[in-house]
Design a protein. Structure first.
Length: 197
């Protein structure tokens, strides 16, 4: 996994149970996998989308408060569950962060034998309202996708609206870019047809 690629989509929710129910109702597939991020005070569940995955994430009410703002804007998140951003896998996080339009610092994280570095903004806010991806560099060969239950779900299209001057770190035929104020939406191919997130 060396080339830059769409790594996963991020659904935020006020509670993990609410987010899981929302996603499972829309996509018709149960979440699997996931766990906790003690350093961020969050927890998640995952669904495989072929070569990538969807993450449902929320503040973990049983975790100690983190010493820094939570990622994905979760400290200020409110309202119904929704797609808030996407994550791009890059081969060199430091170089990708240097080229990104928003400031972020690399944070090293582990869960079991999974190890990764993630670009976290100083205030926890999303870059370009989530339309510009968060950046991740996986360490070693371990990745969540092969560990998740196979599903018939696939990313059909990820629509990103951003100002023309901002270059994205990923080239993917499923990624469709539009000029304009930041916005993000995804279409997921399911056995029941396309579902919008």
């Amino acid at each position: 996994m060396t080339a830059a690629a769409i790594d996963h989509l991020v659904i935020a929710a006020e509670t993990l149970a609410e987010g899981v129910a929302w996603v499972e109702d829309r996509l018709g597939i149960a979440c699997s996998g996931g766990g906790a991020h003690p350093v961020m005070g969050t927890h998640n569940r995952l669904i495989r989308l072929g070569d990538l995955y969807l993450e449902v994430i929320a503040v973990d009410p049983e975790a100690a408060p983190p010493t820094q703002p939570r990622w994905f804007g979760l400290d200020t998140f409110s309202g119904p569950p929704r797609l808030v951003t996407w994550v791009a896998r890059v081969p060199d996080l430091d170089a990708a962060l240097a080229a990104a339009p928003c400031p972020a610092q690399p944070l090293a994280l582990t869960r079991g034998d999974l190890a990764w570095r993630f670009g976290v903004s100083p205030d926890g806010a999303l870059c370009q309202a989530g339309a510009y991806p968060c950046l991740i560099e996986w360490q070693g060969d371990a990745h969540p996708v092969p560990r998740l239950a196979e599903t018939p779900l696939r990313l059909f299209r990820l629509e990103v609206t951003l100002p023309d001057a901002l270059a994205l770190p990923v080239n993917d035929p499923r990624l469709v870019r539009h000029p304009g104020p930041p916005a993000l939406s995804a279409l997921i191919d399911t056995p029941q047809g396309l579902r919008h997130l």
